[in-house]
Design a protein around this ligand. Structure first.
Ligand code: ACM
Length: 766
């Protein structure tokens, strides 16, 4: 018993020691890692020993890596009796190791990787080993370093999820083959096993199809691109385009395979297909000339459901299948406007002939027909969650992007699911306050949010949960024109996602991840990989406090420094106050905050105004609750003293789809007021419209309300988003605001016929 206790004490000491030395910064965190005493010395005397051809490719990969990055040539032997000073591939003799499982045992005299013969475990063991090696940069002209110390450790590891994916959109912006390889290298570093390649969309067709050459000679090029935000509606007129030849694709597929990554190609249908129609107008319903799209967004020109279009799709898929050896083909299926199908005699005849109820069922018919064809070729489809609408094709895998609901529905129907909900997995969203960030599509997905992502919804029972095969993040590139920008949006959120996908929930630890990820920053710098440092930024949140005060909480990653703040940002940071606990804000303030370490600014300075007024923190009730998609902070969002910044991040707004906004605010006691202000958003391109009518009311008892008159909505337009009403000073306890939704989107506008959104950000009363 005594010895047992001593053992625990000693091993705990060793662990703490290793942690404080920050020796190990492996991402994703291995599921079992035990730092040991001692070190292995890697040099040109070291050998790699792999006695079976099944994993030679992995051994070659390691040998080449050591040569390229460390300038050490470590020979590869197939038969070497004396395995000291060697990196030994040990083939699982028990037959119990899973395909992706590995053990990595670094001892002073040898390194052993144990894994299943022919599986991916050796490669993952190598990736962990690579992350343990000291960082090194060859310097031209300097003599090479001859030995490298590798700390001893025992690792036993296997992934939590079977599908660990990352997506890359090469349609909106095209990226060179070399960059796609760099992207794949990053995925390999973090033990991803799937790269979802979004090859076709309205803005460019990027895969050579021999039978239809115009797809690339015409469809891969556009006459200009959108610049700035979508709302700006500005374009350049620079011809833009590019595509991958079939040889390029074979090269990339092989490169990925060497890294145990399957490429999942996406050929979009029936929507997002305007570039194909630009090449071959007969693929559409109208047989009219269209251009490869210059603008971002969704277009009405989609594949027709006629037989000749299906034959084209079959031909394309035949060539796709020959290039991509994986079991799955992604056929898109999202965001297909049905307007042209409604007006198309061929589609309407199809509807009748097949006994289909409506165009949603026609979409389902389309997807099923393609799915059936692929089945004859021994391939299964993956599609975005819209493929559920109108009936899911048998055997289809659903990628749930509009939240978790599609995935839940599919799992309950016993279909495989890949989770990629926008809120957590869209790496085209902002990762920090937009003010100092490059233009992004919108949304807010900071690093902590990605790390906190749980792919398996609690609403599924244990049987249903098994259908969630994993998750992926998406890199839509409308707003990423350069490789550097893609890398900026990717890193380090990619590292956070890898840990969600690989590491068991109970072994995840955010603060330890933040420690490790900073060491990866050094690696990114060495390998010329761009990354965002927003993890050093300060975030804020507000809570109502007594009367109309608010409580301001500042959060940052503690391990990175301390938060300092000021209400006078003209002062040097050395004169700012250290933040310990939430701050009471009794009156309007311009605050600034930042993380400092040893007096040095780490990230960016957060600057916001909190406008304390008579409405701040007061109770308000809605007649109709906001949409669940735009109700992050609840009613307090409208009286928290913060006016939303543009570009929009959604947690600063409440939104109603089709519904009016009617709210009643209780000031708590009869109060003198003379100014009422409310902010709405005017962003018609994103279906968000100013209210059609606006009216303020007052009441002393909350029962009988007196109108202050209708506000002219033309006046709102002039003022863009904030409506102010000045009155004679009057006394009231309750204020009611009624804002009428603009209704249906008028024809000729994006989203014509759909419900208008009404977005409100803040009410202030003085
Ligand atoms: C998607 O983001 N339209 C799948």
């Amino acid at each position: 018993m005594k010895n047992y206790l001593l053992l625990i004490f000693v091993s705990a000491l060793v662990c703490v020691n290793a942690q404080t030395k920050n020796t190990f910064s492996i991402i994703p965190m291995p599921n079992l890692i035990r730092p040991m005493e001692g070190k292995f010395v890697l040099s040109s005397q070291t050998k790699i020993v792999a006695s079976d051809t099944a994993n030679y490719k992995d051994a070659f990969y390691l040998r080449n890596f050591l040569k390229e990055v460390y300038d050490v040539y470590v020979p590869l032997l197939t038969d070497y009796k004396n395995t000291s000073n060697a990196i030994v591939f040990n083939y699982d003799a028990t037959g119990t190791y899973k395909k992706e499982q590995y053990d990595l045992n670094i001892q002073a005299n040898k390194i052993t990787i144990t894994a299943l013969k022919g599986g991916s475990g050796f490669f993952y063991g190598i990736q962990s080993l690579i992350q343990i090696l000291p960082l090194y940069q060859k310097v031209a002209g300097n003599p090479p370093q001859l030995t490298f110390d590798v700390p001893c450790v025992k690792i036993q590891d296997a992934p939590r999820f079977k599908y660990r994916g990352m997506h890359l959109d090469v349609s909106r912006h095209f990226f060179r083959k070399e960059f796609v390889k760099k992207y794949i290298d990053l995925l390999a570093l973090y033990k991803f096993n799937t790269c979802h390649w979004h090859l076709t969309d309205a803005q460019g067709w990027r895969i050579e199809i021999k039978k239809y050459p115009l797809l690339t000679t015409v469809g891969a090029f556009r006459s200009g691109s959108m610049i700035g935000t979508y709302s700006d509606q500005k374009f350049d007129d620079l011809p833009y385009g590019g595509f991958y030849t079939q040889n390029d694709i074979r090269e990339i597929v092989a490169y990925a395979k060497q890294r145990h990554i399957t490429i999942l190609p996406e050929i979009e249908m029936p929507g997002h297909s305007q570039a194909a129609l630009a090449a071959y107008p007969w693929l559409g319903c109208k047989n009219q000339t269209v251009q490869t799209a210059k603008a971002w967004g969704v277009f009405e020109n989609v594949f027709c459901s006629k037989d000749s279009t299906f034959n084209f799709i079959k031909d394309v898929l035949d060539e796709v299948i020959a290039l991509f050896p994986g079991d799955y083909i992604h056929i898109g299926g999202d965001e297909c406007p049905k307007l042209q199908w409604k007006a198309c005699p061929t589609c309407q005849a199809r509807l009748k002939k097949e006994g289909l109820k409506d165009e949603n069922e026609l979409q389902s018919f389309f997807i099923k027909r393609v799915s059936n064809y692929l089945k004859t070729k021994k391939r299964s489809i993956v599609g975005w969650d819209e493929i559920i609408e109108g009936g899911l094709a048998p055997g289809a895998t659903v990628m749930s992007w509009r939240g978790f609901d599609g995935g839940v529905e599919a799992a309950k129907m016993k279909h495989d699911v890949i989770m990629t909900p926008g809120e957590f997995c869209y790496f085209d969203h902002y990762q920090a306050q937009p003010k100092d960030e490059p233009v992004a599509i919108g949304g807010f997905t900071p690093l902590e949010k990605v790390y906190a992502f749980e792919p398996v919804p609690a609403s599924l029972n244990d049987e249903e949960k098994k259908y969630v095969k994993g998750a992926q993040a998406n890199v839509w590139t409308e707003y990423m024109a350069t490789e550097e920008h893609v890398e900026y949006m990717l890193n380090p959120r990619l590292a956070a996602l890898s840990e969600v996908l690989w590491t068991k929930k109970e072994n995840k630890n955010e603060s330890d991840f933040l420690r490790r990820v900073q060491n990866h920053f050094a690696l990114y710098k060495l390998r010329n990989i761009n990354f965002s440092k927003t993890l050093y930024d300060v975030n804020f949140s507000l809570k109502p406090a007594f009367k109309n005060n608010v409580l301001l909480s500042l959060t940052a990653n503690k391990s990175l420094g301390d938060i300092y703040y000021t209400n006078n940002s003209s002062l040097p940071v050395s004169q700012w106050s250290k933040y310990d606990t939430a701050l009471m804000v009794p009156s309007t303030v311009d605050f600034a905050a930042a993380v400092l370490k040893d007096g040095k600014l780490q990230g960016k300075i957060l600057q916001r105004k909190i406008h304390i007024n008579k409405a701040t923190g007061k109770e308000l009730k809605f007649k109709t609750e906001p949409s669940k998609y735009y109700n992050k902070g609840g009613a307090f969002t409208l009286v928290n003293g913060i006016k939303a910044v543009l570009p929009r991040i959604n947690n600063e707004w409440l939104g109603w789809s089709g519904d009016d906004m009617e709210l009643t605010l209780d000031l708590g006691e009869s109060t003198n007021i003379s100014t009422l202000e409310v902010g709405f958003l005017n962003e018609e391109l994103n279906w968000i419209y100013l209210p059609r009518e606006l009216e303020f009311f007052t009441s002393e008892d909350g029962l009988i309300f007196k109108s202050l008159g209708n506000i002219n909505t033309a006046q709102i337009k002039e003022q863009n988003r904030v409506v102010t009403l000045k009155t004679e000073t009057l006394k009231t306890r309750y204020v009611k605001i009624s804002a009428k939704n603009a209704g249906k989107i008028p024809s000729g506008k994006p989203g014509a016929g759909e419900n208008c959104w009404l977005f409100c950000d803040e009410i202030s009363i003085d």
